[in-house]
Design a protein around this ligand. Structure first.
Ligand SMILES: Nc1ncnc2c1ncn2[C@@H]1O[C@H](COP(=O)(O)OP(=O)(O)OP(=O)(O)O)[C@@H](O)[C@H]1O
Length: 868
């Protein structure tokens, strides 16, 4: 069918959003205040409303209840507790919807403490709609007769739209229809979601629109949770209202014209308000709400519901379609933001995840505050401080608005409870300060001329009775309709004047004219019919050739399908080979890894063994050195013993020699004369200075020297001395006493029976217990010192009295143990021995070893001995 084209330049009211410095006038951000009713009648209110725009806040000092101060806050308008949702909508949001239709952007957000009624104001309830459903309703009421067919405009996944051709749009509509027919459940669910509008249409308000344009409405719904942006409509089928899936965070981007947008969000085209509200509730179900101490359903995220209106000039020449030119599109948006409530965690009693959420909410609100403060400072002082929009996703997303690209309004929601007054004070201060921030004045919508190349017909007031509905495909064109409309009317007869014959003539003329017109119309119809027939034949011709073409294409498709099938088989084969190889690779890798692990284990074992060997080597070395030391000592001991024996032998030989030299009578076997016995200690009584030794080898006590100076000796029969040896030697008559025993110690005096009580050499022990008379083992434990007296005769016949002294130590088993640490020896020279006998060698070495041997014994006393 041949399209009638009429070249005409038309003016369309399409908004150009590009900023123009010349008309940049600024006006303050508009702040409204809404006070919600008290939840409980017993609660006291901290606010007084002074209509129409003032609010008086009474803040009570937390510490001193009597101390109160009042602050007045003035806003654009203050809504009291009785204000209806409709009143709030009309005052705050209706102008923004009008702006949207006129092609201007708008931003409206609700701000306040948790449980102050932000969500109620923005969304409302199914029975009492809030701003969002009302805005949608008014928008559709206004554009309904001028809605573009669905899928005519398609989001380009950035921030713009493409215009689709009518067949493409039709195809998508058919696809949608088919899918809804295939899945009748989804239709049911949609109905259920649609029930959310059960309170009836949100609003009956209707705004003026440009009738020369066609309109399409698109919706996005996102939330900013923990400073991440999530698409609440993401991958959610229209038939699935309830499916909840882990949402992926989205990123905020800037397009070439510095407009911010969320990349990759699903933008859904809606053709009825019910559909829009259904989509809203679908997203709402995914929104993060939680129970807190302040609100049973507290929003834990900021939600942004954006309505985008796309309008394009109608192609009047082409009929109902829009001009297929992307450049002629006008896109405007209205963002409705329900901010999460600021909350003091001490009051909301949050913890864990909720606490983190609260932290993020408060942070983003703080960033919003600081952005506003800096904006105001820059505007008032002419400074150009950087605004920290990027610190929070919330401010980053709305940067354009705050920089002046659109109308910004804020509704402060107030819960008048007295407990909230402190936080409320902060909120109201912020709101009052925000009013000083200036955003760009909304510019009047700019009229943009369609390019002269675009052929449009002038707008026609189509008579309702003749114009077919926009959706039907009529083949009567506009000129035909016009010709019908402007038929000449029949004259009205003047019955008051019978002489007037003009009526008949006029009627005749009208009839003739109508006959002419009828002929003309018939010829028109004939020509249209013939044109239509020709067109139809052409269409049939095209159809048959299209059918041939389609057969040919089907044939080639089949061939291609076969090729594709073969290729797919090959791909499948290769895939399986690849899989096999992968498996082999994996098993080889596994084998290698096992071997490597084994190797590492063995290396570790080897190094451990080597270490153990080294340790063993060291231990053996130590043993060798210890043994060497021991042997050296032993050798030394044996050497000195041998020397001693040699000396004794030597002495005996000398004695024998002397006896031989002097004759047997020269050695009287009588008694020691006192003079002999009292020889200056060098010859007769030889006190020995002995080195103390620690015999138990645990410790070494300081050396102690003992010397006996008593010269008086008494004679004593050697037969009394142990071992029963006969000896004619006498011992000194006078008693000698050792002074070496400490007067304070308790001694165990061990004097075997062969030691006479009046022996020559004995210590003074003031406190002592004789061992031979021990009746009570406790006495042993009470003693601290032990002394063993031994009287003996050496091979030369000299009489030797030894005092072996030691400490009495308690043993772990409850007994006592003696440890020798001192020896005193008195050696009395035999009267048969030559007084000239040299003692030097004996004094030098032997006695020490002898003492050591004698002392190398210990006496143990056991408490349990008596039981046996
Ligand atoms: N003006 C009002 N009239 C009647 N009820 C209200 C009003 N404002 C709020 N409410 C009720 O108070 C409750 C809490 O409101 P809402 O959830 O909107 O608070 P909020 O400020 O959004 O809280 P949050 O920040 O924690 O999400 C809801 O049950 C709501 O119906």
């Amino acid at each position: 069918m041949k399209r009638v084209k009429q070249q005409q330049t038309v003016k369309s009211t399409i908004k150009k959003a590009r900023s123009n410095e010349s008309d940049k006038e600024k006006h303050p951000l508009q702040v409204y205040c809404r006070v919600r009713p008290l939840q409980n009648e017993n609660e006291s209110s901290c606010v007084n409303i002074e209509p129409p725009n003032s609010l008086l806040l009474t803040v009570t000092d937390a510490n001193r209840a009597a101390l109160q101060r009042q602050t007045r806050f003035v806003f654009k308008h203050v809504f009291d507790e009785t204000t209806t949702q409709e009143q709030v909508f009309k005052e705050t949001s209706l102008p923004l919807v009008q702006n949207l239709i006129s092609g201007r952007n708008g931003l409206l957000f609700t701000y306040g403490v948790s449980n102050s009624g932000k969500s109620f104001t923005m969304d409302g309830t199914p029975e009492n709609h809030g701003i969002m459903p009302r805005s949608i309703s008014v928008l559709f009421n206004s554009i309904k007769p001028h809605q573009a067919p669905k899928y005519l405009f398609k989001p380009d996944r950035l921030i713009g739209f493409d215009v689709q051709s009518e067949p493409d749009a039709l195809l998508e509509r058919q696809r949608e229809l088919m899918s809804s027919m295939k899945n009748p459940k989804s239709a049911k669910k949609r109905d259920a979601c649609g029930d959310m509008m059960r309170g009836g249409p949100a609003s009956t308000e209707k705004l003026s629109v440009n009738e020369e344009n066609v309109y399409s409405v698109f919706i996005t719904y996102i939330e900013i949770y923990n400073n991440c942006v999530y698409d609440l409509l993401e991958d959610c089928q229209s038939d699935d209202c309830t499916r909840v899936r882990a949402l992926q965070p989205k990123i905020i981007r800037e397009d070439g014209t510095k407009n911010m947008y969320v990349h990759g969000v699903d933008e859904v085209e809606v053709s009825t308000p019910e559909e829009a509200v259904e989509i809203f509730y679908r997203g709402q179900k995914r929104r993060r709400l939680a129970h807190t101490a302040l609100n049973t359903e507290s929003s834990r995220s900021h939600s942004v519901f954006t309505i985008r209106l796309v309008q394009a000039p109608l192609d009047l020449a082409g009929g109902e379609m829009a001009l297929n030119d992307k450049k002629l599109l006008s896109i405007s948006q209205l963002s409705l933001v329900d901010l999460a409530g600021s909350e003091r965690t001490s009051r909301s009693k949050t913890a864990g995840v909720r606490l983190r959420e609260a932290g993020n909410i408060n942070n983003s609100l703080m960033t919003l505050r600081s952005c506003f403060e800096l904006l105001r400072e820059n505007q008032q002082n002419g400074t150009s401080k950087m605004i920290p929009y990027r610190e929070s996703r919330l401010t980053h997303l709305f940067k354009n608005y705050f920089d002046g690209e659109g109308d910004v309004r804020m509704i402060i929601c107030v819960n008048p409870r007295a407990e909230d007054c402190d936080e409320l004070n902060h909120v109201l201060k912020f709101a009052e300060m925000s009013q000083e921030v200036k955003v760009n004045r909304i510019r009047p919508a700019k009229e943009v001329q369609c390019p002269s190349t675009v052929k449009r017909k002038p707008p026609v007031n189509k008579p309702d009775e003749l114009v077919p509905p926009a959706s039907s495909s009529s083949n009567l064109n506009a000129s035909f309709l016009m010709s019908c409309r402007f038929q000449q009317p029949f004259p009205v007869p003047d019955f008051t004047n019978p002489a007037n014959n003009g009526f008949i003539t006029e009627t005749l003329q009208v009839l003739l004219a109508r006959k002419e017109k009828a002929k003309e119309l018939q010829s028109h119809i004939k020509s249209y019919a013939s044109t239509f027939r020709a067109g139809l034949e052409g269409v049939f011709g095209e159809l048959s050739s299209a059918q041939d073409e389609s057969k040919r294409l089907a044939e080639s498709n089949r061939e291609k399908d076969q090729t594709i099938g073969e290729l797919q088989r090959k791909i499948h084969q290769m895939d399986s080979e690849k899989l096999n190889l992968k498996m082999r690779c994996t098993s080889t890798e596994h084998y290698l890894r096992t071997r490597e692990n084994e190797l590492a284990d063995k290396e570790q074992q080897l190094s451990k063994e080597q270490e153990a060997r080294e340790r063993e080597k060291m231990r053996l070395k130590d043993q060798i050195s210890q043994k060497t030391e021991k042997l050296t000592k032993e050798l030394q001991r044996q050497k000195s013993q041998m020397e001693m024996e040699m000396w004794q032998r030597d002495r005996r030989l000398r004695k024998v020699k002397k006896i031989l030299d002097n004759g047997p009578m020269s050695a009287p076997a009588s008694r020691f004369t006192p003079s002999t016995a009292t020889g200056n200690s060098e010859s007769d009584v030889e006190p020995l200075r002995l080195r103390n030794r620690v015999l138990a080898s645990q410790f070494r006590t300081p050396s102690k020297y003992t010397e006996s100076n008593d010269d008086n000796v008494v004679s004593y029969s050697a037969s009394k001395v142990g071992r029963g040896r006969e000896n004619t030697a006498t011992i000194p008559r006078t008693y000698r006493r050792s002074r070496s025993a400490g007067p304070g110690d308790v001694w165990l005096d061990h004097r075997p029976p062969n030691v006479p009580p009046d022996t020559v050499f004995q210590p003074v022990m003031k406190k002592s217990h004789p061992v031979t008379k021990l009746t009570d083992i406790k006495r042993v434990n009470k003693s601290s010192k032990y002394c063993l007296t031994v009287l003996d005769k050496d091979s030369d016949g000299d009489i030797e009295t030894c005092l072996y002294k030691g400490d009495v130590l308690p043993t772990p088993s409850g007994g006592a143990q003696g440890t020798f640490n001192d020896v005193e020896i008195l050696r009395q020279k035999s009267p048969t021995d030559s007084p000239q006998r040299k003692r030097s060698s004996a004094r030098n070495a032997t006695p020490f070893d002898d003492v050591e041997n004698r002392c190398a014994l210990s006496v143990e006393c056991h408490a349990k001995k008596s039981r046996r």
